[in-house]
Design a protein. Structure first.
Length: 192
């Protein structure tokens, strides 16, 4: 629940309390002597005004809630960046693990959109949380495999067909590199 919705609920509750007070507890009669009570027109006007103001307060709270839900639906999934400390998963990627599921929810921003009744992950909608988690898992496994392949390629043995010497530090770098990883010198990528 966002802050505007909380404020709207608080305003509605305040207005409802006012309605209850003025409708049932506000006494408009005055003592006239001999045990007789009569209605006072001034107090009756105060009661009427209290009911009107309380009803307006309830209406304002309802409008605030409606606008906050409409704005939330228009914005779609939260654009907050994923927590950078949770971007690397070092354990087994088991979709049955609650801990791994929480990691996926945080990394891929999976959340339920109440307006659509669907789960949103990275701008795509899914019918169930299981579908969203499965898609995030597949993406996570693919990105880890791509990262591992890049690391393996980067650590491969230097070969004259794939590496050249940096003109400044004479360190071996890949032919397609634009910058030496040893000294930072700018390089012109060479074709194979």
């Amino acid at each position: 629940m966002n802050q505007k919705m909380s404020i709207g609920l608080w305003v509605i509750t305040s207005g409802a309390c006012g309605l209850v007070y003025f409708a049932f507890l506000f006494d408009t009669s005055v003592y006239a002597g001999n045990g007789i009570r009569v209605n006072n027109l001034g107090l009756m006007q105060d009661r009427q005004l209290g009911l009107i103001v309380s009803a307006l307060i309830v209406a304002v709270g309802a409008i605030v809630i409606f606008l906050s839900q409409k704005n939330e639906a228009r914005q779609g999934p939260s654009a907050a960046p994923a927590n950078p400390s949770n971007t690397n998963w070092s354990k087994e990627r088991n979709l049955g693990s609650d801990e791994y599921q929480i990691y996926l929810v945080k990394k891929y921003g999976i959340e339920k959109n109440d307006v659509l009744g669907k789960f949103i992950a990275e701008g795509k909608s899914y019918e169930s949380v299981a579908d969203a988690l499965t898609a995030a898992h597949a993406k996570d496994v693919d990105s880890e495999a791509a990262h591992q392949e890049a690391v393996n390629n980067d650590l491969s043995e230097p070969h004259p067909d794939t590496h050249v010497k940096c003109p400044d530090c004479k360190g071996l770098v890949r032919k397609e590199a634009t910058k030496c990883r040893h000294c930072g010198c700018r390089l012109t990528p060479q074709k194979f």
